[in-house]
Write a protein that binds this ligand. Structure first.
Ligand SMILES: *[C@@H]1O[C@H](CO)[C@@H](O)[C@H](O)[C@H]1NC(C)=O
Ligand SMILES: *[C@@H]1O[C@H](CO)[C@@H](O)[C@H](O)[C@H]1NC(C)=O
Length: 351
């Protein structure tokens, strides 16, 4: 190779590296970072590192994620992954898989979510990261790790205030806690339990706010009486378990008011919530309009995934396919029917 050619090759490599370092590889960044907290709906593999049977690190999980079982409870990407991509960011990696060096070099966001955990410490099945523990790790990110790359206090404050904080949690506080006959909280009625959960959620949002966060996206709880694990089947028909839906509905009814109130208490804060309950009901009314031929069954049967995964709403007995998640992510990012009072695109520019 002539030295001229070698020079070109080196130049091309350097340009590639520069683009990559600027984050241009992922398109234009709309915000500095996405931090995610929650349960299996968005866990990207934290539970792989914990002592629990609640893991999604085996085939066919990840069959549409380069056929790689990362720990995501999906055939493909999660809601957190898809929102990150829309924001022009890399998918936030699982906190527990990062080395110490990676922890402080990473300034585009981290995912602390952990399958089988919930808002309450008492919600769990095996080992998982409670929301308290996730916030403890985030505290370490803010106090110990980020200051090593973002040296100026003003810059760090701006970075934290303009980033997005996604919280997707709550179903396990019903499935593994309230609806469990052995659970510690069934002395409360559904209204009281919803109030209690939302109070606990709000106090934790306040802790994230106190660390510098301002822009929150909070997932509600969908109709978990309609997940394949809970559907009531007879020989020729199937229906949601409305008894379960009635018990969990107060949570999604009360969430908007709670967040509105929280926003008035926390100066400069902005909360958007996903109305997952009502949006799922819309899909259920006319699934074919959204591209689904099956909204009742798990796509996994006998350890194998179904072929037409784009037409299935559920991937396993409790978690969505990427096709379903993508509809939620696109609607919450750009649309008017799922996320209130702002979709994420508006939230990015709001202040
Ligand atoms: C995907 O991975 C599974 C399990 O490792 C393997 O059996 C299967 O052949 C792979 N499929 C493809 C298309 O590579
Ligand atoms: C939950 O557990 C954490 C430790 O992970 C602890 O710091 C916190 O006080 C507990 N919260 C409650 C309400 O018991």
């Amino acid at each position: 190779m002539s030295s001229f050619k070698i020079l070109w090759v080196i130049l091309i490599i350097l340009t590639h590296q520069a683009l990559f370092a600027n984050g241009m590889h992922y398109g234009k960044k709309l915000v500095p970072a996405l931090y995610a907290f929650g349960d299996s709906s968005i866990d990207p593999g934290n539970n792989n590192n914990l002592n629990t049977p609640a893991k999604a690190n085996a085939y066919p999980y990840g069959i549409d994620f380069n056929n790689c079982s990362t720990g995501r409870y999906s055939n493909g990407k999660t809601f957190a992954d898809l929102i990150a991509i829309s924001l022009g960011l890399p998918m936030p990696p699982p906190y527990l898989s990062l080395s110490e060096t990676e922890r402080y070099q990473l300034a585009t966001g981290i995912n602390y979510a952990s399958g089988s955990c919930g808002i309450l410490n008492s919600t769990k099945s095996g080992e998982c990261l409670s929301l308290d523990k996730q916030i403890e790790y985030f505290t370490s990110t803010v106090k110990n790790d980020l200051p090593r790359t973002i040296h100026s206090k003003t810059k760090l404050r701006h970075y934290l205030a303009t980033s997005i904080y996604l919280i997707s949690i709550g179903p396990n506080d019903y499935m593994l806690n309230y609806l469990n006959p052995m659970g510690p909280n069934n002395i409360l009625n559904p209204q009281e339990y919803a109030n209690y959960l939302l109070e606990q959620l709000a106090s934790r949002m306040k802790r994230i706010y106190d660390l510098g966060a301002r822009k929150f996206v909070i997932n509600s709880i969908g109709p978990i009486g309609c997940i394949p694990a809970n559907v009531i089947r007879t020989q020729h028909s199937q229906d949601c378990n409305e008894d379960i839906n009635e018990k969990i509905k107060p949570y999604s009814d009360k969430l908007p008011g709670k967040l509105k109130h929280l926003q008035t208490q926390l100066s400069g804060s902005l909360f958007s919530y996903l109305d997952s309950y009502n949006f799922f009901m819309k899909i259920r009314k006319s699934p074919e309009k959204f591209g689904f031929s099956n909204i009742w069954d798990s796509c996994i049967e006998g350890g194998k995934a179904c072929e037409n995964r784009k037409e299935y709403y559920f991937f396993d007995a409790a978690h969505n396919t990427e096709a379903a998640t993508k509809i939620f992510a696109d609607e919450c990012f750009n649309g008017l029917k799922l996320c209130f009072p702002h979709n994420i695109k508006k939230l990015v520019h709001a202040h």
